[in-house]
Design a protein. Structure first.
Length: 212
């Protein structure tokens, strides 16, 4: 039996994923049915006094979340548990794999937000104090572009656009925290590609992103 992780945010990007799972150089596109992704995750107060709002996920039978799956060792699973503090690890029972890599008996794990009333409470969405930050959006979108470049079927299915459209709670509390944002390509090589995708798919919000 093997363990797999379903990554739906920063774990989609190779560089970010390898920090917790050094052996997970290859991840495969997949869709977790029955989960809703959105901007409603906050770090526990004990871990950070100043924190942006991150992507989270919760069970929702009517929704789907695209992302990647990759195999991990027991040690890497433990390391990811530590990295994903504030989330609860839960089994994915309905995973649509673009390329079948799991076998019967394998377990796919996803990290979700354990909300008392199942759905996110009103005080967890992005605000001026706890905004969406561009540096985190960059990691997620860059990961999606990596997947499209590596897997033609994911590109045909518009994997990156599906990521944006299946993510809820984008709003105007969105800070551009890139270093020297007028020349972002110096630090995020495909910044202009990311911006075009966001502008095309979230035009009203894109114009409201503020420099931090």
């Amino acid at each position: 039996m093997k363990h797999y992780i379903f990554g739906y945010g920063s774990l989609i990007e190779t560089e970010s994923r390898l920090r917790a799972a050094p052996l997970a150089k290859v991840a495969f596109p997949a869709i977790a049915h029955g989960f809703q992704r959105g901007w409603f995750a906050r770090m526990p107060e004990s871990l950070a006094s100043i924190s942006p709002t991150y992507l989270g996920c919760f069970p929702n039978a009517k929704s789907h979340t695209n992302g990647v799956i990759y195999a991990v060792t027991e040690e890497e699973l433990d390391a990811t548990d530590k990295r994903e503090r504030g989330y609860t690890r839960k089994k994915v029972t309905n995973c649509e794999e673009y390329y079948k890599i799991t076998e019967p008996g394998d377990t796919i794990w996803i990290y979700v937000n354990d909300f008392p009333d199942i759905v996110p409470p009103p005080n967890v969405f992005p605000t001026q104090e706890f905004p969406i930050v561009q540096s985190y959006v960059d990691i997620c979108i860059n990961g999606c572009l990596e997947i499209e470049n590596a897997f033609p079927k994911a590109k045909d299915d518009h994997f990156t656009i599906d990521f944006i459209r299946s993510t809820t709670d984008w709003n105007e509390h969105w800070a551009n925290d890139r270093i020297y944002p007028r020349r972002p390509f110096m630090y995020r090589k495909n910044a202009f590609d990311i911006d075009k995708i966001l502008k095309d798919n979230l035009p009203e919000l894109f114009s409201k992103i503020y420099i931090e």
